[in-house]
Write a protein that binds this ligand. Sequence first.
Ligand code: TEU
Length: 559
Amino acid sequence: MKTEWYKNAVVYQIYPFSYKDSNNDGWGDIEGIISKLDYIKDLGVNAIWFSPLYKSPDYDYGYDISDYKDIDEKFGTMADFDRLLEECHKRDLKVIMDMVINHTSIEHPWFKQALSSPDSPYRDYYIIRKGKWVKDKLMPPTNWSSTFTGSAWERIGETDEFYLHLFCKEQADLNWENENVRREIIDILNFWLGKGVDGFRFDVFNMFSKVYPFKDDNDPKSFQKGAQYFVDGPKMHEFLKELNEKSLSLFDSYTVGESFNPSEEACLEYVRKSNNELDTIFNFAHFASDNIANKQFFKKPFNIRQFKDGLFKPQRSYYGEGWNTLVLENHDNPRSVSRFSIETDKYHYEAATFLATITYMGFGIPFIYMGQEIGMTNCDFKSIDDLKDPVSHFVYDLMTSYGMPKKMAFSFIKYGARDHARVPMQWNDSVNAGFNEGTKPWQCINPEYKKYNVEKDLTSEKSIYRYYQKLLKIKKENKIAVYGRTDEYDHDNNKIIAYSRTYETKRLFVVGNFSKKKVSYDIPIWAVRKILINNYDKLTVRGTTITLEPYQAVVFEEE
Ligand code: TEU
């Protein structure tokens, strides 16, 4: 039943809130997405991942689901979704659904029933524990912290019990130890696969299995209090195998699991083909190259070696064992062209095309986040009130509560805010950047839209979108680009990223200058004759020495 179509996939991620608002109510919707499918297809992708479209009270903008088998009305109806699926398939675009199954919304009927009575069978769907009385004060069961700041436990009314939430308090963690929970989840997966969707992206999958018995975390090195009790837990492999056996493998499906600070060893086991768990995972280690310990609000100067480590380690480790993914952006991170110490205005085209070339020519499936293909930039938010993401507010409130001046706290938040990726897509230079016909969008428009928009990219010969088209064509058609083994060159070079890809007897050589200075570099003699793609019009070559301009990237093919 299961084929390996994903090996040739190029995936485009849509955050439905912000793609296209067809009915001018301020929210993106399914009808809007359908109207843009030809545009997406023309880019050269062959699959779309939709961030959650399900019913949700939106405490975490769709990542808190209250009904897994229905579509939220602001996006449309199930009939609209069915049409979306059909329209995608008509264009040979696979459909990947986001599955947020580490937790549900507290408005999910299971959670409501769980709280309605201490005897409810749904109580055990969640992780509920008695708090600890310390003198006269009721303390949470353990000292664990939520990923989104504060305690990971929320008290249930006036009782002495608490439920676990590793994210917002409106996102209650499911108890995967309960086989009824797993049965329900399998039923949900089969519901969507039965409809004809082609795969899933599992949200924070490596938190499904918790470590029992629960204890306080006294490890001074833990990056988040309690992490050792909820990351890569002991039953992870068992749970994934079960999902695979009872659902995923029964269809021609593809699954990518979004990992949360996983260990390197665990990563390989999740994707190892012979393990029958996941086809691929996301690992964001390279995103820690311009922030402190992957805490996205804490800036540090770009560290190219760390970027290379994050990019290449999975390529080395999974090759021959499983498959990989290649990511520059998603709905949780700032825009790639506005980070990694890039001078965005000056090198906008060069840096955007450079990043795509050196990332996507590697081993793995390219994931492109909406707007990345036109080099959408971070937004110059003016105040904390412009930000909608709860995490931005939690962290801001925490910082100011410790006495940090508001202005300073805001500058931290602005550095790493998830909001940068969540502003409406920039279609053209008309009202609201063409997102809709004038109603105030749920999230402000990036004032850069007159400079960077789809219409502009489509009408010019030289544009980021046009470059992506060429690059993705190579990625899909060139067997070495898909199946080749990656060998990194000059890891310690602090300006150049270089690697070869080898498949059977043929090789590619990918090289790029991750700096704003000209750099000369010796390339292998076998590479020098044939250029497959170059993000500048020219390349200076002397013998085997090339001189790369700022953010120049070139791919050579052995003749
Ligand atoms: O994100 C997992 C996650 O913890 C981070 O990417 C998070 O966004 C970041 O650390 C915040 O600083 C997934 C989803 O992608 C995200 O949108 C959800 O908010 C989260 O899970 C909870 O479902």
